[in-house]
Design a protein around this ligand. Structure first.
Ligand code: HEM
Length: 396
């Protein structure tokens, strides 16, 4: 019997479902010593907590930088609390103002205008990779189109894409996953270099606006946004776009191949994408701080406590999804998962993420209809809040 979460163990990301089912049934408000947080696992409780930002605050919820050493903090100086004004990490009224600004760039029209480009990026990549007959899906197929699309959306010039990609990875490690002291210092160097780059990009677009996200946000500096907020927004959206969508795509392709559901008929792609997100979500949940004592199911979560809203568990809740461990392409309520969150912080990039997932599955199915798993072990990256494969070897 597993007694607590364990980020260092393979099952934590790969197969937590029997453990989560036990928590939903018997300990719906679970105190995890390992995570240092209370964990909500029932769909109704997770949704209600997302919908109650007064009692479940987002302020500081993303910043796991508590693990940074004094030396690293000194090196980072004023940037030691990076992310402190990122939209997902603040409460109203700041959140309302930031969200209004960011949403201007994610209109339905702006998002659908990116579809053609994303399709082209996938076709170009497959022109190069298809003759190989085999690949590591994660390294050679899954990431490139999303990285290039996000770079284009933000306004990062093509020649800087590789630089940005390398540094985004480093800052993610520095702020969102615990690291040994020596490694922290290296990552901090990389992060400061990256910050200087984004700073330069913002300054350039403020002077020479173009048709991109950075120009739109730079035009709001001094009115709705500060310079620092814009730099945080851009660097974090580069992460959101570079990593989450490719992770979800890898999880989805693995599921579809294992279930012998490849290729997906175009008319079924939309619901299939939802069912893939439900059953193998790229996000495991969101953290919140209790602003007051909260009593739920006989447990009192004390004011100030960290709380994990486990969307991964909510998506497998048997009271909402019949036979939750079965993969059903035609599941009528597949999109009732909470993988994009819910309420005021609902993922602002959800429509763009869905568009990418649908387009990629459709193009890959048409170009590589004989795709199959190679006989190699499957492993996941270790993370508290994300599910992504370390490698996925395929043949066609
Ligand atoms: C499958 C891919 C994605 C998943 C699973 C995902 C998941 C999430 C989740 C769970 C939240 C809520 C966080 C919270 O409540 O604490 C969120 C918020 C957010 N996401 Fe995504 N996301 C994805 C793709 C994207 C993309 C492509 C972008 C941008 C290009 C993006 C930008 C954002 C932003 C800016 C927020 C903060 C919104 C706010 O606080 O108001 N995401 N995302």
């Amino acid at each position: 019997m597993i007694e607590d979460f364990d980020v260092s163990a393979d099952w934590h990301v790969a197969a937590p479902y029997p453990f989560l089912a036990g928590l939903r049934r018997e300990r719906p408000v679970f105190r995890s010593e390992h995570l240092g947080a209370y964990v909500l696992t029932r769909h109704a409780d997770v949704r209600a907590a997302y919908g109650d930002p007064r009692r479940f605050s987002s302020a500081g919820s993303l910043t796991i930088s508590r693990s940074l050493t004094r030396e690293t903090r000194e090196k980072l100086g004023e940037h030691g609390s990076f992310l402190s004004s990122f939209v997902a990490n603040v409460d109203p009224p700041d959140h309302t103002r930031l969200r209004r600004s960011v949403s201007k760039a994610f209109t339905p029209r702006a998002v659908s205008a990116l579809e053609h480009r994303f399709r082209e990026l996938n076709e170009d990549l497959l022109d190069r990779v298809q003759p190989q007959g085999a690949a590591d899906f994660v390294r050679e197929i899954g990431h490139e189109p999303s990285i290039k699309l996000t770079a284009r959306f933000i306004g990062v010039p093509e020649q800087d894409e590789a630089f940005v990609q390398a540094h985004v990875k480093d800052w993610f490690q520095l702020f969102l996953s615990p690291q040994p002291p020596e490694r922290q210092l290296e990552l901090a160097d990389s992060f400061l270099t990256y910050l200087a780059y984004v700073d330069g990009l913002v300054a350039d677009r403020a002077e020479n606006p173009r048709d991109d996200f950075t120009s739109l946000m730079a035009s709001l500096i001094g009115q709705e946004l500060t310079h620092r907020e814009v730099v945080e927004l851009i660097s974090t959206i580069l992460l959101g776009g570079n990593d989450t969508v490719p992770n979800q795509l890898g999880n989805s392709v693995l599921r579809l191949l294992r279930e012998k559901a490849w290729p997906v008929p175009p008319a079924l792609v939309q619901n299939t994408v939802e069912e893939c997100m439900r059953i193998d979500g790229a996000s495991l949940g969101s953290f919140r701080y209790a602003t007051t004592d909260i009593s739920l199911h006989g447990v009192t979560i004390p004011a100030g406590a960290l709380v994990l809203l486990s969307t991964d568990s909510a998506a497998h809740d048997e009271t909402v999804f019949a036979e939750p461990e079965r993969f059903l392409i035609g599941r009528p309520n597949a999109d009732a998962h909470l993988v994009f969150g819910y309420g005021i912080h609902f993922c602002v990039g959800a429509a763009l993420a869905r568009l990418q997932l649908r387009t990629a599955i459709e193009v890959l199915g048409r170009r590589l209809p004989a795709l199959r798993l190679a006989d190699r072990p499957i492993s996941y990256r270790r993370s508290i809040v994300g599910r992504g494969l370390a490698a996925l070897h395929v043949e066609w």
